[in-house]
Ligand binder design. Structure first.
Ligand code: OAD
Length: 248
């Protein structure tokens, strides 16, 4: 796999690297991307029908069980070479920021630090009354479980359709995009706002935009470089080339 010299030259140590990832980076960990058909027990449900405040209001136990089912699948998954390559890339640059739309916690498990989670984290829950967040809770017969502090209902600490993104994460993400010199969009269909605007904000602020995806997306035509293929194959080779360039 070869990369153009002009692409590699973007990755001088002084570069300010920002990476946005989507479900595609976890595909090689065996986690279906968001829009792949649901499997097994849940094939009769459409994510768009379950990942909504209305669905939770209507049937909180069903929505809680769906996330418990997904937590079980994701907990068995391992970070793949693409996640690990981003951890290695982070170690090569003093200015590196990773923004993810994924809720699977795999970047953290791969060793990335300071991950900006735009859509929350499936391994966290929060009290719908007080907003307190928990990484551990007592599963009970009654579903969803109750908040240990106030007895209110817990919910998954993820962003549902029609919900606002966490403001702090969003503000920080756009700030990094505006200051990037290199913006990597990896494994996202670039369809869902406001995350899908980040690559374009970076580009309009002067960053070089690189897309890593086997398929074309709405931002492909804006990309300065398109690396067509799977992140688990492309990123480890790219990061190794950058490491060798730094050490030469
Ligand atoms: P999608 O499922 O929409 O898109 C996944 C992208 O990854 C597609 O463009 C695939 O071509 C690409 N892809 C598949 N395998 C890949 C691989 N091995 N390497 C690299 N790319 C690969 O997932 P997202 O773009 O993450 O939001 O979806 C964004 C948001 O839409 C999700 O976070 C979710 C959903 O609504 C919320 O839950 C709020």
């Amino acid at each position: 796999m070869e990369f153009s010299p002009s692409l590699l030259l973007l990755f001088q140590r002084s570069a300010r690297i920002v990476v946005l990832t989507g479900a595609g980076i976890s595909a090689e960990s065996g986690i279906p991307t968001f829009r792949e058909a649901q499997t097994g027990l849940w094939e009769t449900y459409n994510p768009e029908e379950l990942a909504t405040p209305q669905a939770f209001q209507r049937n909180p136990g069903l929505v809680w069980d769906w996330y418990a089912h997904r937590r079980e699948i994701i907990a068995k998954a391992q970070p793949n070479p693409a996640h690990r390559a981003l951890t290695d890339l982070e170690s090569l640059f003093p200015e590196f920021n990773l923004i993810t739309q994924n809720i699977d916690n795999l970047h953290r498990r791969a060793g990335s630090s300071g991950v900006i989670e735009l859509h929350g984290n499936i391994f966290r829950s929060r009290c719908i009354e007080e907003g307190t967040r928990f990484i551990e809770w007592e599963e009970a017969d009654v579903k969803p479980p109750r908040c240990p502090d106030c007895g209110g209902s817990l919910r998954p600490d993820v962003v549902w359709f029609t919900e606002a993104l966490p403001q702090e994460a969003l503000y920080t993400a756009f700030n990094h995009a505006e200051n990037a010199t290199v913006f990597l969009s990896v494994g996202t269909s670039a369809l869902v706002q406001p995350a899908a605007s980040l690559p374009l904000v970076a580009k309009s602020s002067g960053a070089h935009l690189i897309e890593v995806n086997p398929d074309t997306t709405p931002i492909s035509r804006e990309a300065d470089y398109i690396l067509r293929g799977r992140a688990g194959e492309i990123l480890p080779v790219l990061v190794e080339r950058i490491r060798l360039m730094h050490s030469s």
